[in-house]
Design a protein around this ligand. Structure first.
Ligand SMILES: *[C@@H]1O[C@H](CO)[C@@H](O)[C@H](O)[C@H]1NC(C)=O
Ligand SMILES: *[C@@H]1O[C@H](CO)[C@@H](O)[C@H](O)[C@H]1NC(C)=O
Ligand SMILES: *[C@@H]1O[C@H](CO)[C@@H](O)[C@H](O)[C@H]1NC(C)=O
Ligand SMILES: *[C@@H]1O[C@H](CO)[C@@H](O)[C@H](O)[C@H]1NC(C)=O
Ligand SMILES: [Zn+2]
Length: 397
């Protein structure tokens, strides 16, 4: 008989005083934990496992398929693969079941992997009515530090609820949606075969693979800055919205209530990008979005002194960029699907700076010791962002 030893650590254990009182809120029955999450035999009360709870691996209970718990104490000391990251978020949903809902099966990739999300909000406080903010990562496979940032943000907002008044207010009044790994096929390929792989893994025929997901979104698709050559890094796909990863996220977006802001995480270059990409013309909300982008840059600088540049996408990319998320979320399709509410839409290029990247390729390999400082500065920016957009939704002009 084989036994799995479950880690004695939980995410909550990372933080000293456990805010048990704040977590005793009623659970939103409308969003039960997914079927894959079950209470562990012997867990007892609270979210801390006793030392090494042993489970029968082949037991008849549903939890027999549970992978071992991740060790959160050492989690940010290395990069992790898709399966482990998924387990990290499943565990987060279990450890913070009154804050986190794991949403499975948003998309099934070409190679059969799952794209999933987590929703983070104080569930006892009317989460069904709350405005939402959307944060997605790993659209480009090689941009590993976007994944660690998504993990860090989830850690930040869960572990600080009930301790930081800012985080508590944010989760009481808003819901944060995180899609931590929207291109798992490309991500796994970047581990196994080609560290600087960017696209997904669509089979384009003739031994050529991949669509640039960030040129596949159905807003002014193919309008410039994307390629029709299947071998190109910025191949926009055979048609707009052709890719399961993009389609799945769009359908998930359409199922939301009211998304006030969106952030698409990329590396690298330390930029905060706002619409528009498909045209050189500034968006009608240039003033509002410039204010938010500039303020996020200031907030980030206040954390570890890093300089991020706040610019329009078309300023750094004069040859234009079409079919990207930053335009889709700001565009008319998303706005219609969002009950007429146009979201603030940003794309971040995270660390390192252009100077720190040694000509580009190495910029995708962020030294592991920068993962937490990067997470901290983006968490501060996201605290500001969520708070601001909830109080100042974009108005139509
Ligand atoms: C987690 O990692 C820490 C630091 O290496 C270690 O002390 C601890 O034993 C680990 N926990 C488990 C359950 O493996
Ligand atoms: C687990 O497997 C062992 C040996 O393979 C078997 O003896 C045992 O009955 C199984 N337990 C359950 C609960 O199925
Ligand atoms: C809380 O938010 C306010 C307003 O955004 C900000 O000035 C302050 O620094 C934040 N406090 C912490 C501890 O982050
Ligand atoms: C966009 O504007 C910049 C200067 O504002 C210019 O250099 C660039 O050529 C323009 N691009 C297009 C596609 O018109
Ligand atoms: Zn990117």
């Amino acid at each position: 008989m084989r036994f799995i030893s479950l880690a004695a650590f939980s995410l909550a254990a990372l933080t000293a005083a456990s805010p048990v009182a704040v977590f005793n809120k009623p659970i939103d029955v409308a969003s039960p934990p997914p079927p894959s999450i079950h209470k562990i035999q012997g867990q007892g009360q609270g979210r801390h496992f006793g030392p090494a709870v042993a489970l029968e691996e082949n037991g008849s209970d549903d939890h027999k398929k549970r992978p071992p718990r991740v060790n959160v104490t050492t989690w940010f000391e290395s990069y992790h693969r898709s399966d482990e990251i998924r387990q990290y978020f499943l565990q987060l949903a279990e450890d913070y079941h009154d804050l986190v809902t794991f949403v499975p099966h948003l998309a099934r990739t070409h190679e059969g992997r799952e794209v999933y999300a987590v929703k983070i909000s104080a569930k006892g406080r009317g989460s069904r009515d709350k405005p939402q903010v959307w944060i997605q990562a790993l659209q480009h496979a090689r941009e590993w530090a976007t994944a660690t940032t998504a993990q860090y943000l989830a850690h930040h907002f869960t572990s600080k609820y009930g301790k930081s008044s800012n985080v508590t207010n944010i989760l009481n009044s808003a819901e944060i949606i995180i899609i931590p790994n929207m291109n798992p096929d490309g991500y796994e390929f970047s581990w196994d075969v080609d560290r600087i792989w960017r696209k997904n893994r669509r089979n384009n025929g003739n031994g050529i693979y991949g669509v640039d997901l960030n040129r596949n979104w159905p807003d002014h698709w193919g309008n410039g800055g994307s390629s029709t050559d299947p071998d190109a890094e910025n191949y926009g796909g055979p048609y707009a919205n052709s890719e399961p990863e993009v389609r799945g996220l769009i359908n998930f977006f359409k199922a939301q209530r009211r998304v006030l802001g969106t952030v698409d995480l990329h590396t690298h270059g330390q930029l905060i990008l706002r619409p528009q990409g498909y045209t050189n013309v500034s968006s009608p909300h240039e003033t509002e979005m410039k204010h938010v982008g500039d303020t996020m840059a200031q907030v980030i600088k206040g954390v570890h002194g890093m300089d991020y540049t706040s610019v329009r996408l078309n300023e750094i990319s004069p040859l234009l960029t079409s079919g990207s998320t930053v335009d889709w979320f700001y565009g008319d399709q998303a706005t219609r699907a969002n009950g007429g509410q146009r979201p603030y839409s940003f794309a971040f290029e995270l660390r390192p700076s252009p100077e720190g990247s040694e000509g580009g390729k190495i910029g995708f390999i962020l030294p592991i010791e920068e993962v937490i400082p990067l997470g901290e500065e983006i968490a501060a920016a996201m605290e500001y962002f969520v708070d601001y957009v909830v109080k100042n939704p974009l108005k139509e002009k």
